[in-house]
Write a protein that binds this ligand. Structure first.
Ligand SMILES: [Fe+2]
Length: 303
């Protein structure tokens, strides 16, 4: 871990950061990400993200171009699956919330009520997400994050060795059906979309490709079972691991302010949203998504 420490020390000499909570997260102080950012600062931000799992930039004012330009410094961006919630003319921006324009909902009102890691239903899930709080309700609508490195580290050694050999099934269609049960206004899953996202398999433990640090990679949103342990036994282990990962000491709850940008590493943390009074408040969030790829994914496997 010497390399990690050196990277962290270097990072903190280039950008000014302070910890968000004992569990995870770092606030990057006084960096306007709408302006050009040097390569050295980007590298420091990467190292800080590797160390803390979530970065917070407060007081930002980002138009779509600036949001995309900054996000692109960390990889190739991708459109999200829900095309109806792309910002008009900006397909790389995913609008989240109960916001309406001209009487029409333009944001995804229902995302993220279960703990999940973005796109774990894809063969090469998104590596990062950058969520910008444009309009944030004054109460509720927090985002919770769980530190999956710490969750892995806290498992007994025999359990760590056991689960390193196992794989979970991640299913977009089961997630979507569960979502529709809670919110029947969601459109039915079309055969086209079902075919686009067949179930995938991921190991229960992956590692950060840059630091080698191991993380527990399970989530109750998309993971439906364990390949090597079919039926109730696998489901029980999965549930136990997911419960373990959300123990209080691993969790940070972010109370949003307008202008916050949160950048999280989908391998390092799971996250979920909390409800708010949709009758009283409007929520508008913009997200960009940094795509994974085969090489990054391969580097995250224990081998
Ligand atoms: Fe999410």
């Amino acid at each position: 871990m010497t390399v990690d420490l050196q990277a962290a020390v270097h990072a903190e000499s280039v950008v000014d950061v302070r910890r968000l909570s004992p569990a995870l997260g770092a606030e990057v102080i006084a960096l306007d990400i709408s302006r050009p950012v040097s390569d050295a600062v980007i590298e420091a931000l990467r190292a800080t993200l590797d160390q803390h799992g979530v970065l917070l930039f407060r007081g930002q004012r980002l138009n779509a171009e600036a949001h995309i330009t900054f996000s692109r410094r960390f990889g190739v961006l991708q459109e999200v699956a829900q095309k109806q919630y792309q910002l008009e003319g900006q397909p790389l921006i995913y609008v989240i919330g109960n916001v309406e324009e001209n009487g029409r909902p333009i944001g995804d009102p229902s995302v993220g009520r279960l703990w999940h890691s973005d796109q774990s239903f894809l063969p090469h899930p998104a590596i990062g997400s950058l969520l910008y709080g444009v309009q944030c309700p004054p109460e509720g609508a927090a985002t919770l994050f769980a530190n999956m490195y710490a969750a892995y580290d806290a498992l007994p050694p025999q359990m760590r060795a056991h689960i390193e050999r196992l794989h979970a099934v991640h299913s977009f269609s089961e997630y979507y059906e569960a979502l529709r049960e809670r919110d029947p206004t969601q459109p039915e899953l079309t055969d086209t979309r079902r075919a686009l996202y067949p179930d995938v398999i991921h190991p229960l433990v992956r590692r950060n490709p840059r630091t080698g640090r191991k993380a527990l990679y399970v989530n109750p949103g998309y993971a439906t079972g364990i390949r090597e342990m079919p039926g109730a036994t696998g489901a029980r282990l999965l549930r136990d691991l997911c419960d373990h990962a959300t123990r209080e000491e691993f969790v940070y709850a972010h109370a949003w302010r307008n202008g916050d940008v949160l950048f999280w590493d989908n391998l390092a943390v799971n996250h979920k949203g909390t409800p708010f009074d949709t009758g009283r408040f409007v929520r508008r969030m913009h997200r960009t998504t940094v795509a994974g790829n085969a090489a990054i994914y391969a580097a995250s496997l224990l081998g």
